[in-house]
Design a protein around this ligand. Structure first.
Ligand code: F3S
Length: 288
């Protein structure tokens, strides 16, 4: 059996940074370290960090955080009001907001300060979108799909600038569709494609990998949107595809294939990928 990894897979820069910050904080402090919301979309990483003392607390329960606690802001970022609440409690804030998300927050803040129209493509339930929205003014418009773009009606748009930007993990194809719709309605639209290349790089590497293997294992958390999208691509491009969280989930058929391809979502750590790879190779060696 041959096991081939996708050229790009696993942790993206922002998630790796957030996990490293959390580990460092846990090593350096004996008191509880809080993460505002799940630090990453991966159960096993969260479990390990939890055993080392990381406590996840949702933003709605922020009042439960004791004064002067240590709090990590995850890669998705948070709205400024949350930061202010933590500052009022004299908490030590470890800001692991991904620099790409931070750039989006700053751009929204800058354009909103002049009362311009800011249009963000994204998912209303996503933490990053909620955080970015907190930096916006009253002319902020969230667009989740092309249908909503068609329905958008901007008031006084001739006198104001209109800017379009995106949640970093939004679909590139949908963004382009929305851009086309909005450009027809508002020709002066300024477009800032702020989709993070990390998502696209993993997807493209997977499409390339599918051409050379008999099956694909997508490794990642079931609640991770980018992992689910990778699985969808794998199913569309490969006869055998499975979404697994770790080595224990490998379906039996994969042990019979000649070449197995591996990819992993942006929240999947290196050791889980290695475990899956070693389990496949070990079972093959045992058969020899
Ligand atoms: Fe940042 Fe891109 Fe990852 S925005 S958190 S590097 S997917």
């Amino acid at each position: 059996m041959k096991v081939v990894r996708a050229e790009v897979l696993g942790f993206c820069f922002g998630v790796r940074r957030a996990v490293e910050e959390a580990k460092k904080a846990l090593c350096e402090n004996t008191s509880t370290v809080y993460s505002l919301g799940p630090l990453i979309h991966n159960e096993s990483v969260l479990e390990k960090l939890g055993k080392s003392g990381l406590k996840i607390i949702n933003e709605e329960n922020i009042e439960q955080i004791k004064n002067e606690s240590i709090v990590i802001i995850r890669a998705h970022g948070v709205e400024p009001s949350v930061i202010n609440q933590l500052k009022n409690k004299n908490c030590k804030i470890i800001d692991a907001t991904c620099p790409r998300v931070k750039a989006n927050q700053k751009m929204v803040q800058k354009y909103s300060s002049n009362n311009n129209h800011v249009i963000l493509t994204g998912d209303m339930n996503h933490g990053e979108v909620k955080g970015i929205a907190g930096y916006a003014g009253e002319n902020f418009h969230l667009i989740q799909n092309p249908e909503e773009a068609k329905r958008l009606e901007l008031k006084d748009y001739a006198e104001k600038e209109i800017i379009l930007l995106s949640q970093t993990t939004f679909s590139g194809t949908e963004f382009e569709e929305i851009e086309t719709i909005l450009k027809k309605k508002y020709p002066s639209l300024t477009v800032k494609n702020t989709i993070c290349p990390a998502t696209n790089e993993r997807q493209q590497a997977l499409i390339d990998l599918c051409k050379n293997v008999n099956g694909i294992l997508v490794i990642g958390g079931k609640s991770s949107a980018n992992t689910k999208r990778l699985f969808q691509i794998a199913r569309d491009n490969c006869k055998n595809a499975a979404l697994i969280q770790n080595k224990d989930d490998i379906p039996s058929i994969f042990y019979t294939l000649e070449t197995v391809g591996l990819t992993a979502g942006a929240s999947t750590p290196d050791d889980i990928i290695e475990e899956v790879e070693n389990t496949l190779l070990l079972s093959y060696n045992k058969k020899l």
